[in-house]
Write a protein that binds this ligand. Sequence first.
Ligand code: XMP
Length: 327
Amino acid sequence: MVPDRRPDSMARITTPALAEAFIAEQVAALQEQIGDQKVLLALSGGVDSSVVAALLIKAVGQQLTCVHVNHGLLRKGEPEQVIQVFRNEMNANLIYVDAVDRFLDKLAGVSDPETKRKIIGGEFIEVFAEEARKLDGIRFLAQGTIWPDILESEQGIKAHHNAGGLPDDMQFELVEPVKILFKDEVRMVGKALGLPDNMVYRQPFPGPGLGVRCPGAITRDRLEAVRESDAILREEFANYGLADKVWQYFTIVPDFKSTGVKDGKRAFEWFVVIRAVNTADAMTATVEPIPYDLLTRLVHRITHEVPGVNRVLYDLTPKPTGTIEWE
Ligand code: XMP
């Protein structure tokens, strides 16, 4: 069994050899805990749930069912990558749920940030519970809880919901194979399990996804502008060697239009805001000084490749006074 708490004596997993040892120990512990029973996992494609999936696939193979809910607020290419890595390459039992219309219809016309978050979180649990009810004989629910989640919930900083806030009639035993690991250790283990680098070294991404980067009421066209501009920013940061150096970088498309000119005609369109910050703990943050030539290139690509956008702005505000996200 995995200990409930991180032992004080536990060495930090800093090398592939230590990661391999952890994996071997965990796989044996998972096999013992799960036996021939079935396990369910909500697989977002983020680092923690991906590492939990890879560990469980190694330990119990087809006894694991992964559910990937596409809520329409994921970054470009993410749902496709989850299917490619887990279903095609790791042969996982993966249920892909296209819930895009369902989420976007519920969010239509809702502009209050906290209400948007509540709708996204609540709908996620509902979709996941519906899928769980269709399956027979599930005994365990796997979760990507990590050690800082436990510490923060003990300190009252973050509410950590056991069993993911599922309805009371859905009772599962929890399987939390990375719950004594720090984030860097989870990444080390993910790398040793053969997960792709862009999954393992992924920048933090909020649960409500691109929904909080489309301030005000989300519309499909503005959401596409966020997704496309984010993909360009990520590609250009990777080409420039900044992808692993900057802590978090993304784009925002507020619900505001300004006059511009495109192909000799008046273009009344949105603007894209670029945000790129560095921080240790996300409580405070400084702004990355993006080189001017890269900024110029980003402006050109975004205004020429993203439909409905005629301007690009760079947010130079540290935290405080700005938060990292705009909502
Ligand atoms: P803020 O905007 O509060 O963000 O400066 C600090 C860090 O938290 C992330 N963030 C969220 N993560 N659900 C999440 O899972 C949320 O609702 C949420 N809001 C902000 C943000 O991306 C940054 O890394």
